[in-house]
Design a protein around this ligand. Structure first.
Ligand code: FAD
Ligand code: DHB
Length: 389
């Protein structure tokens, strides 16, 4: 088999890259190790920046997102029970759209089916070869048969645990990492959200987040120590803990019900540099991880592949290498801004095991400063609703 771009991974990064290149008449093959249903069953991000919304529109999959997505003009922070709303529209004239990663993935999979481009799910033993030459290849086993795809470029969209970044020769890559001593325990429930907008809560027992997927489906998270087991968290225990971490009014208004999904995500900051090795390009979680607090993971994956699709289009349509040569530096500049914002949100909103009373006061003072300063509120609004590329 031969194609122009072999895309490893059918998460949002891989699927969106495939769709953007399809719009430009550039053929791709997607190779994914899991099944479609498994990919669709992962409950992850929920907040789309304006730039991501526009990119999904350009990719031709904006219709359902506009019909069903919820436009939010602000978020609330709740600090030890004191709530404050940051009004993005008033501060900077922008908003975000609440539309789950699962729905984005579903829309992209449907568009891919309609495009006629090939996707191979449940591919085993995926490996990449010769990306330092002009004849890169992807090999895998499908239904017990070894296969090979020759291509012009390989796009490594295979997430943090993928094979692409791991295949780069040692020494060619510099990595930066911070592992936080806690994770987020999340549940999905078919009950109306507790509020019209998201509530990010800091409490001495730990962080909590009240989010949503639709007017009838809610998503809630509580900070838990690393190593915690999801089986140790009954629904009742989760609801009790959530109620204790938010203000009284929110706790009273909470409509609980049986969880339809429950999982723990570890928190990590990670960046690999550079993002190009010959004819291999890394994008999305394969290249970088942010802790989820700033709602940036999915948005970064989208902006990475937006830039990569532009660069590859320039290469195939104009025979210019300028775009692919500049890809890594262009994308990393934005990645580091998102890393900073996500690290900062994580630092002020979570409870750290070894924080002394001074540290806690600093968190409180940071919150008071945000609330009291229009410039600080505007900076939060700008970073949350969308970072410049
Ligand atoms: P992924 O979605 O990870 O997709 C990579 C794909 O590659 C997967 O389908 C995987 O099966 C496939 N793959 C892996 N290895 C191979 C291989 N060897 N061969 C072929 N295919 C392979 N972000 C937020 O903003 N808010 C959140 O609440 C949030 N929660 C998260 C919870 C979890 C548990 C995780 C892991 C991430 C979460 N994120 C969240 C981050 C966000 O979901 C990711 O940033 C986003 O999914 C990145 O998309 P991606 O396509 O780069 O990677
Ligand atoms: C959701 C996840 C986030 O990480 C976040 O910051 C906001 C919302 C969510 O899953 O709804």
């Amino acid at each position: 088999m031969r194609t122009k771009v072999a895309i490893v991974g059918a998460g949002p990064a891989g699927l969106l890259l495939g769709q953007l290149l399809h719009k430009q008449g550039i053929e791709t093959v997607i190779i994914e190790r899991r099944s479609r249903d498994y990919v669709l069953g992962r409950i992850r991000a929920g907040v789309l920046e304006q730039g991501t919304v526009e990119l999904l529109e350009r990719a031709g999959i904006g219709e359902r997102m506009h019909a069903e997505g919820l436009v939010h003009d602000g978020v609330e922070f709740c600090f030890d029970g004191d709530r404050h709303r940051f009004d993005f529209r008033k501060l900077i004239g922008r908003s975000v759209t609440v539309y789950g990663q699962t729905e984005v993935t579903r829309d992209l999979m449907q568009a891919r089916d309609a495009s006629g481009d090939v996707s191979i799910y449940e591919a085993d033993h995926v490996s990449i070869h010769d990306f330092g030459t002009d004849k890169p290849k992807v090999r895998f086993v499908k239904d017990g048969v070894q296969q090979e795809i020759a291509c012009d470029f390989i796009a490594g969209c295979d997430g943090y645990h993928g094979v692409c970044r791991a295949s780069v020769p040692a020494g060619a890559l510099t990595t930066f990492e911070r592992i936080y001593p806690f994770g987020w325990l999340g549940i999905l429930v078919d009950r109306p959200p507790v509020a019209d907008e998201l509530i990010y809560a800091h409490h001495e027992r730990g962080f909590a987040l009240c989010s949503m997927r639709s007017p009838s489906r809610s998503r809630y998270y509580v900070q838990v120590p690393s190593g915690e087991k999801v089986e140790e968290w009954s629904d009742e225990r989760f609801w009790d803990e959530l109620r204790r971490r938010v203000d009284e009014e929110t706790a009273d208004r909470l409509v609980t019900g049986p969880s339809i999904e429950k999982s723990i995500a570890p928190l990590r900051s990670f960046v690999a540099e550079p993002l190009r090795f010959g004819r291999l390009f890394l994008a999305g979680d394969a290249a970088h991880i942010v802790p989820p607090t700033g709602a940036k993971g999915l948005n970064l994956a989208a902006s990475d592949v937006g830039a990569l699709a532009e660069a590859m289009t320039e290469y195939f349509h104009e025979r210019s290498s300028a775009g692919i040569d500049g890809y890594s530096a262009r994308v990393l500049a934005r990645v580091w801004k998102a890393e900073r914002f996500s690290w900062w949100m994580t630092s002020i909103l979570h409870t750290f095991p070894n924080t002394d009373t001074f540290g806690r006061r600093m968190q409180r003072t940071e919150f008071d400063y945000l609330v009291g300063s229009e410039a600080a509120s505007r900076s939060l609004a700008e970073n949350y609703t969308g970072l410049p590329l």
